[in-house]
Write a protein that binds this ligand. Structure first.
Ligand SMILES: Cc1cc2nc3c(=O)[nH]c(=O)nc-3n(C[C@H](O)[C@H](O)[C@H](O)COP(=O)(O)O)c2cc1C
Length: 230
């Protein structure tokens, strides 16, 4: 059931073919191509044109070193955690919780992992901290004093980058998981504690055959999220 969508030639196609890619080939990403994409993404809108996103691109030896450092924190178990922010509200009620579980169950099913196999699930989760084998992981961060509107701006920027990557035939996976080792990431990037790590973005060439890249991820029907007022 492998699927190689190739480069997208319209925004609709880029949106339709983007999915979170959690397995990559060894093919490197041309730094000039990535620079051109980030240059284009600078046209992203932001409230007041504040452009709060700050970006650190990590590849090669630097990425390997970061993965090793985060690996050391992971080995410490819960003592190693350094969460930048709470990723999900607690408790998270339905329908949101059901959606969150829905994609997790679909992914574990694609990987052949049984619901009760906690070790295998933890291992699949830990793949986040290798960037899923992508040759590039970028981090989007901003000063800590920025508020929800500026965080939304960072999300808009991320989507611009993800769609431009699709236009170039590349793929990605946004990764807020890195924020649970925020201080290690910040120290590695030479950022002070006044910055906050919002999300990573793994970038590379899609391994089209990997089951983890081929399970269906549904969306709520429009009438669950849109109301029309005349
Ligand atoms: C800001 C953001 C952070 C995310 N963080 C992670 C992450 O840490 N690890 C992961 O595997 N997926 C992460 N995802 C991917 C979501 O799980 C995914 O977008 C969602 O399930 C919809 O699936 P799709 O992207 O394949 O369409 C993140 C997505 C966004 C937008």
């Amino acid at each position: 059931m492998s699927h190689n969508p190739g480069p997208s030639t319209s925004v609709s196609e880029a949106i339709a073919t983007r999915r979170s890619i959690r397995a990559y080939t060894d093919r490197p990403v041309d730094p000039a191509l990535l620079r051109a994409i980030l240059e284009k993404a600078q046209r992203s809108p932001s409230g007041g044109n504040v452009q709060p996103w700050m970006v650190s691109v990590v590849t090669g030896a630097s990425l390997a070193a970061l993965i090793a450092k985060v690996g050391e924190r992971q080995a410490m178990g819960i003592m190693g955690l350094q969460p930048e922010y709470q990723i999900y509200p607690e408790p998270l009620a339905d329908p949101w919780m059901a959606r969150r579980y829905g994609v997790a169950h679909a992914m574990y099913a694609a990987l052949g992992i049984a619901r009760e196999d906690r070790d295998a699930r933890a291992k699949a989760m830990a793949a986040n901290f290798t960037g899923f084998g992508a040759p590039v992981v970028l981090f989007v961060h901003c000063p800590k004093f920025m508020g929800p509107p500026q965080w939304a701006d960072m999300g808009i920027w991320l989507q611009s980058v993800m769609l431009l990557l699709r236009e170039a035939g590349l793929d990605s996976c946004p990764q807020e998981a890195w924020s649970v080792y925020g201080k290690t990431v910040r120290d590695h990037l030479g950022l002070d504690d006044e910055q906050i790590i919002y999300s990573g973005l793994a970038i590379g060439w899609r391994d089209t055959d990997a089951p983890v890249n081929n399970f269906p991820v549904d969306r709520a029907p429009l009438n669950e999220v849109v109301s029309w007022h005349e």
